[in-house]
Design a protein around this ligand. Structure first.
Ligand SMILES: [Zn+2]
Ligand SMILES: [Zn+2]
Length: 262
């Protein structure tokens, strides 16, 4: 059946405006609220943004990103300096407290995907400028299958894509995380045990396959990697992922997270 020009025009206008009206309807039904204080208007209101527990990067531990570490924190003394963590350095944007916890949980468990650029922005603001010359590739701690099924998205992937766009480096899914016990319920020793063997290397992935059909590009030999995660707690997860990346030939891994438990 042939559509009359007027109908074509109406359909065209409808399609063009559908997204706009859908967003307006969603906003009407579920108005945007601050993830921390629930004030109407923005995902992070100005009052909460100013009060964020930002870590002073000039005073943070250069090895583990802990706040007030004064160059190297008490947990990264010279005895452990080269043995405690396999990554070169860590940078964490916020201290983990009630407000930053609400921010993270509202994003990943509340399904508020629009917060990804906001959280990526916090990471990029915290990154030491000199790091920008020491990063070839960005990757992230991926969600395991059960988390992916529960949340419907890989929350760190969205953040990594946004960080990649902001600092002009590519991001790639390099790791596969296997289901493990919830790290939050375990002590430090058990976390390390739990994470052993939790990662495998993604030999070929969609992004690389698209960029390089031969698959050669999936190798990370001599690549300097920025590894992203949401919360740095004991560092067990980041340690296991870093060891996997170094084992695959990466020359260096730096870590950046939104929050640091301290
Ligand atoms: Zn607020
Ligand atoms: Zn430290």
């Amino acid at each position: 059946m042939r559509l009359y020009p007027t109908t074509d025009l109406l359909l065209h206008l409808f399609r063009r405006e559908a997204g706009f009206f859908k967003n307006r309807l969603l906003e009407y039904l579920y108005p945007t609220r601050c993830l921390i204080c629930e004030r109407l208007g923005a995902l992070l209101c100005e009052k909460c943004r100013v009060a964020l527990p930002s870590i002073d990067q000039d005073r943070a531990c250069r090895l583990c990103g802990a706040p007030l570490g004064h160059v190297v924190c008490t947990e990264c003394t010279t005895v452990y300096e080269r043995t405690r963590f396999p990554f070169t350095a860590a940078c964490c944007a916020l201290e983990f407290d009630a407000s930053s916890r609400r921010l993270i949980l509202g994003y990943k468990d509340g399904g508020e995907r629009r917060a990804a650029p906001l959280l990526a922005g916090l990471i990029v603001e915290a990154l030491p400028r000199k790091w920008l010359h020491s990063i070839d590739l960005i990757t992230w701690i991926p969600a395991d299958d059960s988390a992916l099924k529960r949340r419907g998205f890989d929350h760190m992937e969205l953040i990594a894509c946004s960080v990649a766009g902001r600092i002009g480096r590519p991001s790639r899914a390099l790791l596969i995380k296997h289901d493990a016990d919830d790290q939050r319920l375990l002590g430090r020793a058990n976390r390390r045990r739990n994470m052993q063997g939790m990662f495998s290397y993604r030999e070929r992935n969609r992004s690389y396959a698209a960029a390089d059909p031969s698959g050669v590009g999936s190798k990370i030999k001599q690549t300097r990697i920025l590894l992203l995660d949401d919360v740095f707690t004991t560092g067990a997860t980041l340690t296991a992922a870093t060891e996997k990346l170094l084992g695959e030939g990466a020359s260096e891994v730096r870590v950046a997270t939104v929050c640091r438990v301290w």
